[in-house]
Design a protein around this ligand. Structure first.
Ligand SMILES: [Zn+2]
Length: 69
């Protein structure tokens, strides 16, 4: 059983994609991949990193604000 459609950890070079990813539309898929890419580049996220500036939904909203979606 998969959780989120795509997942990585901070500073990891690999984003793992779940089979549920194929059910996303191209815009939603792109937003999720960019969100995960920000983690690969070092962006932390609450609650895993309590000092992080944003939680998961705030990061996704940021990507949508900048990139559309
Ligand atoms: Zn995230």
């Amino acid at each position: 059983m998969c959780g989120p459609p795509a997942v990585t950890t901070v500073n990891n070079k690999t984003v793992s994609v779940c089979t549920s990813f194929k059910n996303l539309g191209p815009s939603q898929g792109a937003v999720i991949l960019i969100h995960e890419e920000l983690h690969t580049l070092g962006l932390t996220e609450k609650p895993g990193y309590p000092d992080a500036a944003m939680d998961s939904s705030q990061i996704t909203q940021l990507v949508m604000d900048y990139c559309g979606g």
